[in-house]
Design a protein around this ligand. Structure first.
Ligand code: AMP
Ligand code: GLY
Length: 422
């Protein structure tokens, strides 16, 4: 099989790495990829939003299956375009991807399908939103409707913070069109987890449940980031809770989408808050999570190419997902200053060759080649992932390798998986 992976982060490196282990895969391409990905796949300089360029490439190279990493091309209709061209692609259509690209759409869907989620109100006009805040108790959560690269959510502890967020979105257009509508919802307390599932329109096959660390600072403090680390499986999740999420969240979501002629194929990501033992949806994503994918795929025993093929052929019901009885931990190494401004082009040393350690993969998130050197090229630079027979073994191995990797300003949290490894 010839496979094209679209994207350039740690998630895409993990996808490419897993596919490189499949005996069924003969050629691997990645658009645009990064320095690490280029060691496993042919990287082609096509932007993830250049849909005609991607289609042309897939046609010219007779790609058998294309896998879409990030949300932007999905929201632009990449899957619709590929399907018109009779190109097999793993990902939802633009309409189905609204479950991620519009929080208003997702809330409506959840309401219709009675999927547990926080109570919410939607506003277009600032006066109405501010008036509503007068009667709220705090904290509340203010969310821009559209895609905002993870930055469009404000957990407002006070009325002033909530008003500031509403004004920034509805008056100052801090997120452009993505903030033309805002959702104001109840703030939930509890433990967050990520359940991703392979979906072929009808069948839902859940993956191992992961937890990520969204905040920049130790002890889950400071601003939100794309994710500073993750681990799987999440010990919090019992088989009963897992089944409850599949039954009360994932199936109702795909049934609701099918009902409005937007069947979902690809990977559905549910961000869940577990409150007093019950799951409540924080968000849906229409794609693999990052960094969660970096800890979930190392545990997958079933041939990944077989799964992707089964998704595009709508026969996931014939697939039996098998998982290693192990645990994985990913520690993200970030550029100093992230999630604010940071420097690029700094030389990185100490990345072990892929084959050097068993049970370790250093996934590149923001790197580039500069001559023979690998240099930093993003806020999140590397995801050092390790796995083993216990979470503790995986964590110790990941930090052991991470400790030998150096670049100026390198920052990582030292408490990844700490919540469960006190
Ligand atoms: P979202 O993009 O909707 O997942 O929001 C990003 C982050 O904001 C989540 O991972 C949560 O940590 C937090 N968050 C979102 N919605 C809520 C909520 N209703 N209650 C508490 N925290 C939330
Ligand atoms: N880790 C959160 C996300 O992928 O959106």
């Amino acid at each position: 099989m010839k496979i094209l992976v679209v994207g350039s982060g740690g998630r895409e490196h993990a996808l490419v790495w897993k596919l490189s282990l499949s005996p069924r895969v003969s050629r691997l391409y990645c658009a645009p990829g990064n320095a690490g990905i280029s060691q496993l796949a042919t990287c082609v300089p096509i932007a993830v939003t250049d849909l005609p360029g991607l289609r042309q490439f897939a046609e010219d190279q007779s790609i058998d299956v294309t896998v879409v990493g990030p949300e932007a091309p999905l929201a632009l209709g990449m899957v619709d375009m590929f399907r018109h061209a009779h190109l097999a692609v793993v990902g939802p259509t633009r309409n189905a991807a609204r479950i991620e690209s519009s929080k208003v759409f997702a809330k409506d869907l959840m309401k219709r399908q009675q999927i547990p989620t926080a109570d919410a109100r939607v506003f277009e006009h600032v006066e109405a939103a501010l008036a509503y805040l007068e009667q709220c108790s705090f904290p509340v959560v203010v969310k821009a409707d559209g895609l905002a690269q993870g930055k469009g959510v404000v957990v407002a502890r006070t009325a002033q913070e909530a008003r500031d967020a509403v004004v920034a979105m509805l008056v100052h257009h801090a997120f452009g069109d993505a903030g033309r509508h805002v959702v104001i919802e109840d703030c939930l307390q509890g433990e967050e987890l990520t359940m991703m599932a392979f979906v072929d329109g009808n069948t839902v096959l859940p993956m191992v449940v992961a937890q990520d660390h969204k905040r920049i600072g130790e002890g889950d403090t400071g601003p939100n980031t794309g994710g500073m680390g993750a681990y799987a499986p999440a010990p919090l999740v019992t088989p009963a809770l897992r089944d409850e999420i599949v039954r009360t969240v994932l199936y109702p979501a795909i049934e609701g989408l099918a009902h409005i002629d937007s069947p979902f194929c690809g990977v559905l990501y549910a961000g869940i808050m577990v409150t007093e033992g019950r799951p409540c949806v924080l968000e849906f994503n229409a794609r693999f999570g990052d960094p969660e994918t970096q800890v979930v795929l190392p545990l997958l025993k079933t041939d990944f190419a077989d799964i992707l093929e089964a998704i595009v052929e709508h026969r996931l019901d014939q697939v039996n997902l098998e998982w290693a009885d192990q645990a994985a931990v990913c520690v993200v190494l970030a550029s100093g200053g992230y999630p604010g401004a940071y420097r690029r082009d700094l030389s990185i040393t100490g990345i072990p060759p892929l084959s050097e350690h068993d049970h370790v993969a250093v996934f590149h998130a923001g790197t580039a080649w500069k001559g023979q050197d690998v240099v930093t090229a993003g806020g999140r630079v590397l995801g050092v992932t390790a796995w083993g027979d216990s979470l503790r073994a995986a964590r110790d191995r990941a930090y052991g390798v991470a400790g030998r990797i150096a670049f100026e300003g390198r920052y990582c949290r030292s408490d990844i998986a700490g919540r469960v490894l006190m």
